[in-house]
Design a protein around this ligand. Structure first.
Ligand SMILES: O=P(O)(O)OP(=O)(O)OP(=O)(O)OC[C@H]1O[C@@H](n2cnc3c(O)ncnc32)[C@H](O)[C@@H]1O
Ligand SMILES: [Mg+2]
Length: 182
């Protein structure tokens, strides 16, 4: 069975856990490397386009370490009918240069979170103040706080990783097919 070499373009534990959980569930032989890459967008993306681009840039930059696949995951916010929403995007680049993208959960943000975001603060620290906890971005995330723990950030990213890997496996572009019983 060929071992798939995957890179996740972040050192955020919620993102690393999402990828390793999905690869483990798929019973793939894999090696997962974590590599911090520049997203090439602002620290707090403020539109669907910017959030998606952050994920794509991360994946593209992470592929430079000669992996079979590189995955970028990015959280952001965007405005819908006057309400700021959390949004999440993922991108997967295969070693042959094919790009796969997918969006994940979106959920409205309360005004007390949206106001400081509009004033230029980052969501991570705002969430820590809001929930009176520390390092929320690294585990349950805003989505975990806003769903009473029913969907934590790593679970939310797992869904995106499945959407990415599923498209990649279907494409025939995939060492993943050889590495798994598909
Ligand atoms: O180290 P990286 O990979 O950059 O991880 P990050 O937590 O900064 O995550 P993103 O860059 O993808 O997210 C962009 C911003 O939105 C924040 N953010 C996004 N989703 C969040 C969530 O569910 N909970 C807390 N903060 C979140 C995050 O803290 C950043 O300020
Ligand atoms: Mg970040």
């Amino acid at each position: 069975m060929k071992k798939i070499h995957a890179v996740i373009a972040s050192s955020n534990p919620a993102k690393i856990k999402a990828v390793s959980t999905v690869l483990t569930e798929l019973e793939m032989a894999f090696e997962l490397q974590s590599l911090e890459t520049d997203s090439g967008v602002s620290a707090q993306p403020f539109s669907l386009e910017e959030t998606r681009l952050g994920a794509v840039n991360r994946a593209q930059r992470a592929l430079r370490c000669e992996a079979d696949i590189a995955i970028g995951l990015e959280g952001g916010v965007y405005e819908l009918e006057g309400v700021l929403h959390l949004c999440n995007w993922g991108a997967l680049y295969s070693e042959s240069g094919e790009l796969y993208t997918a969006a994940g959960a979106q959920i409205p943000l309360p005004k007390s979170i949206a106001d400081p975001l509009r004033a230029g603060e980052e969501l991570g620290p705002i969430m820590d103040v809001y929930a009176q906890e520390s390092g929320i971005r690294h585990h349950k995330g805003a989505v975990g706080i806003l769903t009473a723990g029913l969907v934590n950030r790593d679970e939310m990213f797992q869904h995106i990783v499945k959407l990415l890997l599923g498209q990649y496996m279907l494409s025939g572009d995939s060492v993943a097919c050889a590495s798994k019983h598909l």
